[in-house]
Write a protein that binds this ligand. Structure first.
Ligand code: FAD
Ligand code: 2HG
Ligand code: ZN
Length: 485
């Protein structure tokens, strides 16, 4: 018989864990034998699976007793057919870098990892269309399409570990969205296996840029967090790799000035603007304290803005960035401005922004947030939270993709204070965001973290329609249960 997992339940606030649904079968030896018949013995793991049962944040740990590692859509179809018949709950998992516990079992769901789904790779340099399996690591895809003079239309700090399947399932955002739009702008088609009686393998869309011959149903899977079907392949557009990438940092006194600078960046940098990121003073503080990094801007400004441009002409782009900086300084919107003059300086600027997530983990407990907010109230929430939690928290920091209105407000605390800080934060921040016209998930998703709050601001009609869609795709509700659908 299967041994129970030795993992602890991790840090989980009791109110967020729904009880195990007894409609789901517990897997037995006969199930394992069947999985072994489909995949071969080596790809049905029951030992040393703790890393699949624990998420990146270490907040969530499941008791999935078995990890399945298929390498083809047909194998996934056979697995889902069996799980449908036996009503076994399944959690799809990709690179396991998600920040909301979406790819981790809540109880004893089987973990279906797509890590081995990385055979197909096809790229058409004329159209820029990529067709591939979903188990490719984002950074590796970036390198592969790079050989043809293209790049992926999005980029994340987790690029070295996350897989394109996970990116699609979370509808990942990242630092290039301002320029290239969301994954919806690039998706052309998907291959999906449904958790129905047949384990149906469905090809949605095509590799054509323009194809209005059906409903664009594949878009439903973007951001569906593994609750509608298992995505096994994708067809999407890539973008041409810029010849010139320029970065600059500005030191700014007030958030109001940051907003003005964003508008100026849009007009003065225009078509070459590719990122507009924010880090407040406290974010720089955590980088200095926990990673011993030093800021590129030496005057310890209240806000740091990191601007990037991507274009085709180095001299032209540098001149544009120079003019933009000069304008911001002469208008006294910024106190400081530095343009990266070398690849090393560019790397140092981005290292600051991309290391914030890691630096915070060294504080102890981290309460992560991922809000879309109208710019006029973007930083107000951080200030209110700072006043609200007072000395109970270790740190309240705000960074994020300001150009897209996406704030990553993170609050850290000691283990002893965690419960207190949690209660001060939730549901206060979620209600605040909805009241101010924002969204409680700009890019990371709902997962386990935000599940109790997913209906905030949503109408009954919308919720009912979405429930019906779930039932249509997953009639026995076996795929990623206990999550938001
Ligand atoms: P996983 O974590 O394995 O899974 C994520 C979700 O997708 C789960 O619900 C899972 O069930 C589902 N899933 C996975 N594969 C499939 C599949 N084949 N079919 C159906 N469902 C599936 N996110 C951003 O949006 N922007 C950022 O800038 C960003 N930066 C990050 C920086 C760091 C340092 C870290 C650790 C994370 C960051 N993230 C960011 C969050 C995370 O990297 C993304 O959500 C990423 O898209 C998850 O990909 P993954 O392969 O790790 O997926
Ligand atoms: C980022 O933008 C990621 O760096 C992670 O989305 C955000 O650490 C976070 O909260
Ligand atoms: Zn982000």
């Amino acid at each position: 018989m299967l041994k129970p997992s030795r993992l602890s339940r991790g840090l989980r606030f009791a109110s967020q864990t729904p009880p195990r649904d007894t409609r789901y079968a517990r897997i037995n030896d006969a199930d394992l034998k069947n999985f072994e018949k489909i995949l071969g013995k080596s790809y049905v793991k029951t030992e040393e699976i703790d890393s699949f049962n624990k998420d990146w944040t270490k907040w969530y740990s499941g008791n999935g007793a078995c990890v399945l590692l298929p390498s083809t859509s047909e194998e996934i179809s056979a697995i889902l057919r069996h799980c449908h018949e036996r009503r076994i709950a399944v959690v799809p998992q990709a690179g396991n870098t998600g920040l909301v516990g979406g790819g981790i079992p809540v109880h004893d769901e089987v973990i279906l990892s797509v890590r081995r789904m990385n055979r197909e790779f096809d790229f058409d340099p004329d159209t820029g269309v990529l067709s591939c399996d979903v188990g490719h690591v984002l950074e590796e895809l970036e390198g592969k399409v790079g050989e043809f003079g293209y790049m992926m239309p999005f980029d994340l700090g987790a690029k070295g570990s996350c897989l394109i399947g996970g990116n699609l399932s979370t509808c990942a955002g990242g630092i290039r969205l301002l320029r290239y739009g969301s994954l919806h702008s690039h998706l052309l088609g998907l291959r999906v296996v449904l958790p129905d009686a047949k384990g149906s393998l469905v090809e949605f869309g095509s590799e054509l840029r323009k194809d209005n011959t059906s409903l664009h149903a594949h878009h439903l899977f973007l951001g569906s967090e593994g609750q509608l079907g298992v995505i096994t392949g994708v067809k999407m557009t890539c973008v041409t790799k810029p010849i010139s990438v320029q970065s600059a940092m500005l030191g700014v006194n007030t958030f109001d000035e940051c907003r003005k600078i964003l508008r100026i960046a849009k007009t003065k940098l225009g078509e070459i603007l590719s990122s507009f990121e924010l880090m407040d003073r406290e974010t720089i503080g955590v980088l200095e304290d926990n990673l011993q990094f030093s800021n590129v801007i030496k005057t310890n400004p209240r806000f740091n803005i990191l601007v990037e441009t991507s274009g085709t002409n180095i001299d032209h782009d540098r001149e544009k960035v120079d003019n933009f900086l000069e304008y911001c300084l002469s208008e006294r919107l910024a106190n400081d401005g530095v343009q990266a003059k070398s690849a090393e300086e560019h790397r140092l600027m981005w290292r600051l922004r991309e290391s914030a997530t890691i630096a915070l983990t060294l504080d102890g407990i981290v309460f992560k947030n991922d809000f879309s907010l109208p710019l006029h109230s973007f930083y107000q929430l951080t200030e209110e939270v700072r006043a609200r939690v007072g000395g109970a928290a270790k740190r309240v920091v705000c960074y994020g993709h300001m150009g897209d209105g996406n704030s990553h407000l993170n609050v850290t605390s000691t283990k002893e204070n965690a419960d207190r800080v949690y209660k001060m934060l939730y549901p206060f921040v979620y209600e605040w965001v909805v009241k101010h016209g924002g969204s409680i998930s700009a890019e990371h998703g709902i997962g386990q973290l935000k599940r109790p709050y997913v209906n905030l601001g949503k109408s009954t009609e919308e919720r009912n329609l979405i429930r019906s869609l779930k039932t249509l795709f997953d009639p026995r509700e076996i795929l990623n249960p206990y999550k938001f659908l």
